[in-house]
Design a protein around this ligand. Sequence first.
Ligand code: IVH
Length: 683
Amino acid sequence: MEKREHAKIEIEQLSRELLKHQDLYYKEAQPLISDLEYDRMIDRLKTLEERYPELRAVDSPTLRVGSDLNSEFPEVPHTVMMLSLDKTYTTAGILEWIEKSNKRVGHPLTYIVEEKIDGVSLVLYYEQGILSRAVTRGNGIVGNDITTNAKTIGTIPLKLPQPLNIAVRGEVFLPLEQFETLNRNLETPFANPRNLAAGTLRRLKSSETAKVPLRMLSYELFFTNPEEGPQSHLERLRLLKELGFYVNESYGLFATNSALAKDLTSGKGESGAYEAIEKYVEIHSTRREHLSYEIDGLVVKVNELAEREFLGYTGHHPRWAIAYKFEAPEAETVVEAIDVQVGRTGRITPVARVKPVKVGNSVVSNVTLHNQDYINLLELALQDRVSISKRGDVIPAVERVIEKNEAGFKTWQIPQKCPTCGTPLVERGAHTFCPNTQCPDQVKGRIVFFAGRNQMDIEGFGPETVNFLYDNHFIDDIPHLYTFDYLQLVGEEGFGEKKCSALAEAIEASKKRPFRSVLVALGIADFGKKGIDLLVDSGIKTVHRLFELVDSNNRDYFLAIKGLGEKSVDSLFEYLLDKEFRDRIEALIEAGLTFEEEESGEEYEPLFSNQVWCVTGSFEAFNPRSLALKEIEKRGGRTTSSVTSKTTHLLAGVGGGSKLQQAQSLGVTIVDEEQFIRLLEEK
Ligand code: IVH
């Protein structure tokens, strides 16, 4: 008993001390003690709390250091609306919107202009003044509960000085300087601070989140009881600050006349008449470059809360706020060359090789030019000086030509002949194609696709091996994969006995891949996984049935399938009536691949419905990886081959690589094999 009493006193003392130092560190950026000393105190407190868990305070300083235990991010519904913002790109747009809003409510309102922080939106829920939940935006209706990770963020209060029931919305971000230092040491750097912040917020171990100095700026305060609390935004911002939140002090208040605005701000900070917004926007657009964090615009908000409610909401945004967005980041460079790539379907894609240039926060050296129309529109020629933008912050694009080349190069034209096989190219719709299905680039592309992870998933047949096998005339097309004697390669550079047997085994194993995977792997345009599922689920359980329907020209059968359009059906017929394609299938039937759907008979809970999963790395229990994909699909999940903004979960095995990075950067929930198995067992 005595011991526990002592511990209690020591815990309280340490907590008090540490909280003080954390405040100095996070809020004032002026630490008084060394990191070593701080760590020692934290370690001691951790030890005591482990011994007497009941003595741990809800706002214990140890929460800031996180834990090494894996946490999950269950989906939880929002109780405040997580809407987005309407936007404009001009000051005139802002002034028009103000006029419209004033008209709607019938009298002039006051407006606050804030910085639009380029970070990750988060809502903090407090019950009786204690942080109970931190939830990501998600789809606006449900988000992920990332409380344990959020608790490691120094600028998020764990306990308020008053027992309030509130929700606070704000933006989690990483200051630029810290971003640059951290990113420098990463093998695959993040494109921008926002992506790094998003990835960090979703680390499974909160101790990992704690290592990154994320911050949160809070900008909206909601009371569970709407009548409670101050009735203007300005006062709410002040209250947020009093409650210990980190609030952006850089804002301006605007009213019908400057005296009124000045009065409301008590002369502190920036204020003015509506017209002064123009100047304010101009100043803040330039100031942006000198800020220690990234902003992508400004947000103009109605100050009076009652009028906010009167103005209301659309399904997408509140009518009481509008974002003024800065134009996407741009940079100038020179087009050094334009190459064309030949895809597996023969489609030609021109790609500009530009002198590497930093756009926003990433370096761009290749820019896709899509097709000839796109190039014509830009009137783009070699050695032109161009402006590169990153629209939507991901895909770099040539925005416009700034200065024509002096060498006299004219608008660049896609060559008449395929640069790889010399066949005259043809136009189909907006795109140019190499019509030679035996064009080496096409053959190699189609073999690589066939063997790819989300098709037949044949280990070892990546682009490098396939190029080698094709270029050295070992394999001439897909069916050859199944007749070639891989042991013949022993002795070729890089091909040991072990590797060759592995290739042979992988090929053998692929014969057991399900019917659906085989069909997807054949690469019929417009028939990815979704399209093939529609076909098989409609009752086409064997390839012979498919042949029958096509050979009897039964287009109606296909058009009756919900989800298949005219265009897809055309494509299906074109492929299946093509002799070369048909021969390829016959050869694969001969080789013993699966061309019939197996009945499973089992029923599963739709655990993963509305989720989009991607799978990366290798697994113990799911070998080949396609077994894991099957488990997801059986439970109603969708699976995709790459991590995109739509992906909700990444199942990461050993050696996840770039997908893992991508998932982290997009803030996708990452699940390891063990967690996955536990999920499956949840019936
Ligand atoms: S107010 C209901 N204020 O911008 C309206 N949003 O493009 C709540 N953002 O999803 C938004 N800084 O994540 C507001 N000062 C600020 C903001 C801000 C950044 C983000 C927010 C929103 C996105 C819309």
